[in-house]
Design a protein around this ligand. Structure first.
Ligand code: NAD
Length: 715
């Protein structure tokens, strides 16, 4: 766990070295080893001072998330964290100077361990970051971070570190006072040792600022006028942003307010309780599972078919240089791959490249990219109208118009040029892959790569496996997604695949509520309160009501008698065919988009969808009932996707929802939320909703079975 030695001048060197891992992490075992080493050094009369350093490339990467996710015994956890506080207080008040030397990053618990030392010096390592990412996983810095950071740098400077998980570089950490010095790379241990030697020579007892007589919080404490103002504003902003769905930032504010109103020891006791509460909460378990472990597995390509050699990409063809084609070309070029960007005319292809030039130009203007780097990226994109240029591509992706005939035509033309082994992928958002593959001469090499708009920014790619798609094609496509630094989920072919299908239920439920006479402002506000990034009606406007209408008509035509009309179909038909309101792109949808000023709900909605607000009307649903419908309609459709084997694993559903359409991470995902409720409670809620609102809420058999057998989606 660590290397311990004492040198001739009585300096103990505690070098953290977690066995079998590339990074130091904090868990019961490593904290135990640290405690033992520090207590030994403090107790040994031959030791005069201590230097804490790391044998890895970074200092400490943070807490052990598997251990935190697995913690279920609140009392035991509280006792353990209180023990860590006691250990750190013992070091601070132990009478021997202790310095931490950062060779690289110190994050989360790692930075907190260092804050429990009297001095911190960092190497001028451009890759090193310092901060407390806990809040991004529903936690708080629970090893004294909420108490020591604001006492050290002031509440104002502490806020973005603690409440947003902002990571800063060494220079910034020095500026705000989180660390004491920055030195040349490789000189950090010597500098730490020198400080310890000087402290010993000074003969005075080393003390932390908060233990010094008459110590003051920089910028004032929570009960000063400035402090009060800062905390009130922070609290209001937090509520506006999170609708109180995220307990972590709220608990952090409480720790700062309550803890800084008293002394450090009481503050630490307060923090330990809030921390335990968060660790035990379903929110942190959900966020750790989906945002950390789920994402990590997906990015590692855990579900990639084995025994297929890694595919490296040097040249990729992009058919269609429209909105999606240009974006996909950008991320491909950024991965160092040559891109042939093909459209019907040279001019249209150039337009796609011009879009990329504009986006990268913005980055250059903001100082995030050099002009040379932008030029090098642009040089990798070759706009063309000539299929012969596709020769040598390992992969061709089509993003032409959403028409079967056009997609069939470009498939044939491209396949006539590319090698027999090359992959052909479609970025269709609605057309089943198996059907599109009929145009291909080698359907085993045909696959769906569904990007999200704007493709250059959105992190998810939904990979769709058609009936004939081979494992090798899947594995090699996953290699491409990883090469362009996106996160893949793999699904089986079906109408709307997974993401469009489930995302669509949120939008249609909003439209159903509108038809029922629920005031539109209430519908969209409930969407936001549910944690979704945009209300369902506003979202319908964004994706265009016309598209909702078109998809409904297409599905009706395809399914014939089996088609079940939905409220959303009627609302979309009325908006588009009768009222000519197609959505944002036409400047008129559920909202009006005045040339000046912000959008606002269209007043005509009240006339065409009479809101039930007056006396004599049946009661409108409460906001909680609306939230329940907007959330459970997504969950139930997701379970159907699992039941129909469109989805291969629950975690794919959760990762895909969060990355694909901004599903609220605090719920874990559409499945994570059912897991949180527990199958029996979920079935009871769905039964109630199905009785009132119809079979779209009917609980699928697999969920009923789980409830009956006491099974859960996740351990
Ligand atoms: P778009 O209209 O912006 O671009 C389509 C491009 O394809 C145009 O530049 C057009 O000139 C070109 N094109 C048409 N026929 C062609 C042909 N025969 N050969 C070569 N090029 C041809 O459309 P888009 O929004 O980029 O969508 C493209 C595809 O991506 C569609 O299948 C769409 O369903 C899918 N998609 C779109 C989104 C989205 O949000 N826009 C998201 C995911 C997937």
């Amino acid at each position: 766990m660590l290397n311990y030695s004492v040198d001739a001048e009585g300096i103990a060197n505690v070098e953290l070295d977690y066995p079998g891992k590339s990074q130091n992490i904090l868990n019961a075992a490593s904290i135990g080893a640290y405690a033992e080493a520090m207590q030994k050094a403090l107790a040994d009369p031959a030791v005069k001072g201590i230097v804490v350093a790391s044998a890895k490339k970074d200092f400490i990467a943070g807490g052990d998330l598997a251990e935190l996710a697995g913690a279920t015994d609140a009392a035991a956890f509280h006792a353990a964290i209180s023990g860590t506080h006691k250990l750190m207080r013992g070091i601070e008040l132990g009478g021997k100077p202790v310095a931490a030397a950062f060779n690289g990053s110190a994050l989360g618990g790692g930075m907190e361990i260092a804050l429990g030392c009297h001095y911190r010096v960092a190497a001028d390592n451009p890759k090193a970051r310092f901060g407390f990412p806990e809040v991004t996983l529903g936690l708080l810095p629970g090893a004294g971070g909420t108490q020591r950071v604001p006492r050290l740098v002031g509440m104002q400077a502490a806020a973005p570190l603690l409440m947003e998980g902002k990571r800063i570089k060494a220079a910034e950490a020095l500026k705000i006072g989180l660390i004491h010095a920055v030195v040349e790379v490789g000189a950090e241990r010597t500098a730490a040792r020198q400080w310890v030697m000087d402290a010993i020579a000074s003969g005075s007892k080393p003390l932390q600022p908060w233990d010094a007589k008459g110590s003051k919080i920089p910028g004032g404490g929570p009960n000063t006028p400035g402090g009060m103002q800062m905390l009130m504003a922070a609290n209001a902003m937090l509520r506006e942003k999170t609708y109180d769905n995220y307990p972590a930032p709220k608990h952090i504010l409480s720790c700062v307010y309550e803890g800084l109103s008293t002394n450090l020891d009481t503050g630490l006791a307060i923090e330990a309780r809030y921390f335990t509460n968060l660790v035990m909460s379903p929110v942190s378990k959900n966020m750790i599972r989906s945002l950390f472990f789920g994402m990590q597995e997906a990015n590692k390509l855990a579900s990639r078919p084995a025994d297929v050699p890694l595919q490296k990409y040097s040249k990729v063809g992009m058919l269609g240089a429209g909105m999606m084609g240009a974006g996909i070309a950008m991320c491909t070029a950024q991965a160092g791959v040559e891109v042939v960007l093909l459209d019907t005319t040279q001019e249209a292809a150039e337009k796609g490249k011009a879009y990329a030039a504009k986006q990268w130009g913005k980055q250059v203007a903001r100082g995030r990219m050099t002009q040379e780097a932008a030029d090098a990226l642009l040089a990798r994109i070759k706009p063309t109208a000539d299929y012969a240029d596709l020769k040598g591509c390992e992969l061709v992706i089509e993003a032409v118009f959403e028409k079967r005939e056009i997609k069939a035509e470009v498939t044939k033309k491209a396949e006539a040029v590319i090698g027999g082994d090359a992959i052909f992928a479609s970025n269709t958002s609605t057309l089943p892959i198996t059907g599109l593959a009929e145009a291909s001469a080698r359907p085993a090499n045909f696959i769906g790569l569904h990007f999200f708009s704007p493709a250059e920014k959105m992190p998810l790619v939904e990979i769709i496996v058609g009936k004939a798609t081979s494992d090798a094609t899947l594995a090699r496509s996953m290699d491409y997604v990883r090469a362009i630094a996106k996160t893949p989920i793999v699904v089986n072919d079906s109408r709307g695949f997974y993401t469009s299908r489930v995302f669509g239920t949120y939008v249609s439920e909003g439209m159903a509520l509108l038809e029922e006479g629920v005031p539109p402002a209430l519908i969209d506000k409930a969407g936001l309160m549910a944690g979704m990034p945009v209300g369902p009606l506003a979202l319908a406007d964004e994706v265009s009501i016309e598209l909702v209408h078109k998809i409904a008509r297409q599905t009706r035509a395809d399914l014939g008698a089996a088609y079940v009309e939905r409220a959303a179909d009627r609302v979309a038909a009325k908006m588009v065919a009768e009222l000519g309101r197609l959505g944002r792109k036409s400047g008129a949808g559920f909202y009006d988009y005045p040339a000046e000023g912000p959008k606002h709900l269209w007043p005509g909605l009240g006339e065409h969808f009479r809101a039930r607000v007056g006396a004599g009307d049946t009661a409108i649903p409460t906001v909680d009932e609306i939230i329940e419908r907007l959330i459970l309609v997504q969950s139930v459709e997701t379970v159907r996707c699992l039941e129909e084997k469109v989805l291969r694993a629950p975690i794919d559903a959760d990762v895909g929802a969060i990355l694909g359409w901004g599903y609220p991470p605090f719920r874990g995902g559409p499945i994570g939320w059912l897991h949180t409720l527990g199958a029996p409670a979920a079935v009871a809620a769905l039964d109630r909703l199905a009785e009132r609102h119809g079979p779209r809420f009917a609980a699928p058999k697999i969920l009923r079975d789980m409830a009956a057998k006491g099974e859960r989606f996740y351990p």
